[in-house]
Design a protein around this ligand. Structure first.
Ligand code: PLP
Length: 371
């Protein structure tokens, strides 16, 4: 090893990318909820939906059983049927594309912009067909995308804008939550997400008709025998948990931002910098994103991994979705998205990360490649 690296005084630290806070109110919340109706039609769920609508400043919130369920419901509500086309960027997790395929629709990949994960308008226009009903935009790791421009464009094109905001609770653009720009905005409250209920999800919309369609579809068409539907309801216990944990979400995001700012103040490497934040946007720092400019970026990510610093890129083997065996039939070249994924890594900055860990991570990066 080069002398600088063997002289490192700090011992290896294993940094956790999992945020497991202790919520003081959880037990009391569970206990009180157990005395009430527990199904998805319980008032407990309605109360949770009101809290969500208020927090995100949305007209309607529909709680569902997962983020994947939220996407399936939104795809149905948007009027997507078998044989229709749904556009999406290939830089998202597998979770976003499977609901499109399950609906019998064709996923059509569009490229991202060069600087971030938002769908590129030129690519959208080039890959639109008369069968296109919707596009799903996926802001990754809580960094805002140009959803304002997408809203204007999709309305001109007459297609629905679905946002997959599974990472982006509290991310804003021009002082508004990203969810306000989507026709339908989908969230996950899976254990790893900023608002965590174990499993769970919800849909936000300001459109009365889309809200009604979402609600009906997620409840077996209300069993009225006229409207079709499946059961995607969220049960009362996770709903109660979400409702009480929502109170700490703003504080959590603030702490994440402080951690990110602190880490960046210590980061000093010519080939590593924070990913561009678009004008008017504020990330929630679900994960800090670093742009890498090494000849071999994967070697750098492996080096960090060996130093106990985990990356979502390595954890999930992030690559353009059409590179996965199950999805090769949908290949549609997206060079920007490929370059973005190959040229970045993630850094955990959740509220349980200590200043010592932030110092350690910055120090290890600053040492990389030192002579
Ligand atoms: C987690 C996630 C989902 C799926 O959410 P589940 O609640 O696990 O079903 C969808 N999209 C993205 C971007 C995600 O990160």
């Amino acid at each position: 090893m080069p002398s600088n690296q063997s002289n490192v005084a700090t011992a290896r630290v294993s940094v956790s990318d999992k945020y497991r806070p202790v919520y003081a109110d959880d037990l009391l919340t569970m206990q009180q909820t157990l005395e009430r109706p527990l199904s998805g039609t319980s008032d407990v769920v309605t109360e949770y939906e009101s809290k969500l609508a208020q927090w995100f400043d949305a007209r309607h919130a529909i709680a569902v059983s997962s983020g994947g369920a939220a996407l399936s419901v939104a795809i149905y509500a948007a009027g997507v049927g078998p044989g229709d086309d749904v556009l999406l960027t290939p830089s998202c997790p597998l979770c976003t594309i499977y609901p499109i395929i399950a609906a019998g629709a064709n996923p059509i990949f569009v490229d991202t912009r060069t600087h971030g994960f938002g769908a590129d308008p030129a690519s959208i226009k080039a890959r639109m067909t008369p069968r296109t009903r919707a596009i799903i935009d996926i802001p990754m790791w809580g960094y805002p995308t140009e959803v304002d421009e997408l809203r204007t464009l999709t309305h001109e094109l007459g297609i629905k804008l679905i946002l997959d905001l599974a990472h982006s609770h509290g991310t804003t653009l021009h002082d508004r939550p990203l969810s306000q720009y989507g026709d339908l905005s989908c969230f996950s409250t899976h254990e790893r997400k900023p608002l965590a209920t174990g499993e769970g999800g919800f849909i936000l919309t300001d459109d009365d008709a889309l809200a009604q369609r979402s609600r009906d579809y997620s409840r077996f068409g209300n069993l009225n025998g006229k409207d079709f539907g499946l059961n995607y309801k969220l049960a009362a216990l996770p709903a109660a948990l979400g409702g009480s944990r929502l109170a700490s979400l703003a504080g959590q995001i603030e702490k994440r931002s402080e951690n990110a700012a602190y880490f960046l103040s210590k980061l000093d490497h010519s080939k590593v910098r924070e990913k561009k934040i678009i004008n008017g946007g504020v990330p929630n720092y679900y994960f800090l994103n670093l742009e890498l400019h090494f000849a071999d970026n994967r070697a750098f990510i492996d080096y960090l991994d060996e130093a106990g610093i985990p990356s979502d890129i390595k954890r999930y083997g992030c690559k353009a979705l059409y590179e996965f065996p199950a999805l090769t039939q949908y290949r549609n070249e997206c060079p920007n998205a490929e370059a973005l994924l190959a040229g970045m890594t993630t850094i955990p900055v959740h509220p349980d990360i200590t200043l010592a860990e932030l110092d350690y991570m910055a120090e290890r990066i600053n040492q990389y490649g030192a002579p």
